[in-house]
Design a protein around this ligand. Structure first.
Ligand code: IPE
Ligand code: IPE
Ligand code: MG
Length: 252
């Protein structure tokens, strides 16, 4: 019996069968700092707790059979933060990448494929190396997990435009032949479906430069929960709410 169905006591089998689960869920993991402040802890403690929530929700999404999940962990704008905080976040990212390496077999059995999305330039060299080897090691899995670190939607579009411009310069493509697909094919998320559902906890109602191209027709789910407190039930609630939405994509 599917997990989401067994966890939702109110759902009949007929209701469940009618659900179309989101293929791609984007999550803005926000509220770590406020979570720590509420407890009189350093902000880095909030990030540590948030990283553990990420591990839990990532596994749960895979159990539900979600095809793709993108977790926003560090934006191109987050470099503005104090060096100590940035270092703490990079250390957590490094720890996670090392762990993913060590647990390759476990991830394999969970059907997880870990991918990086973002701007490699600017990241510490050892992290770039870890990202590269990780991607080689985990292709063709049932759930793709994108980790967005040093990611910015505007930066991603800029990258895409530069690649297309290079093709035009090389005479491989004519300017009048550039189509939406060319832009999409050169985004970090090339080949993945657009996010059907974007979740933002922490009481903020904005995208903060997350998947701005891909979110053109996404459904949004906002909540006051701070990311370290986010649970499997919250993901269930977001998905169930998503399933009730009427998506029209401009049609009638
Ligand atoms: C999200 O939590 C993590 C990052 C942006 C790196 P925050 O650190 O933004 O937490 P708040 O918003 O200050 O509570
Ligand atoms: C968005 O959160 C980025 C991540 C969660 C990684 P921020 O905390 O940076 O966003 P703003 O500054 O509130 O818009
Ligand atoms: Mg924040």
């Amino acid at each position: 019996m599917p997990l989401l169905f067994t966890r939702c006591f109110f759902m009949t089998k007929e209701m469940y069968e009618k659900l179309t689960l989101p293929r791609h869920i984007g999550i803005i993991m926000d509220g770590n700092g406020r979570w720590a402040k509420q407890r009189g802890l350093e902000r880095s403690e909030g990030h540590k707790a948030g990283a553990n929530t990420f591990r839990r929700i990532c596994d749960y999404g895979a159990e539900l059979g979600i095809e793709c999940m993108t977790f926003y962990a560090f934006s191109t704008e987050n470099w503005k933060r104090p060096v100590k905080e940035v270092e703490a976040i990079m250390n957590l990212f490094r720890d996670y990448l090392n762990e993913a390496h060590d647990r390759e077999d476990e991830n394999e059995s969970k059907g997880l494929r870990i991918r990086y999305v973002g701007e490699r330039e600017g990241l510490p060299q050892d992290i770039i190396s870890l990202i590269n080897t990780l991607e080689e090691g985990s292709a063709d899995k049932k759930t793709t997990v994108n980790i967005a670190v040093n990611y910015g939607g505007r930066n991603e579009i800029l990258h895409s435009v530069r690649k297309i411009a290079a093709q035009v310069e090389a005479g491989e493509l004519k300017a009048e032949d550039i189509e939406l697909k060319n832009i999409e094919d050169n985004l970090f998320t090339a080949g993945l479906p657009d996010p059907d559902l974007i979740i933002r906890p922490s009481g903020e109602y904005r995208l903060s430069n997350f998947l701005i191209w891909q979110a053109a027709y996404s459904e949004f789910w906002f909540s006051d929960i701070l990311w370290p407190d986010f649970t499997e039930d919250d993901l269930d609630n977001a998905i169930i709410e998503y399933c009730k939405r009427n998506r029209r994509f401009g049609g009638v």
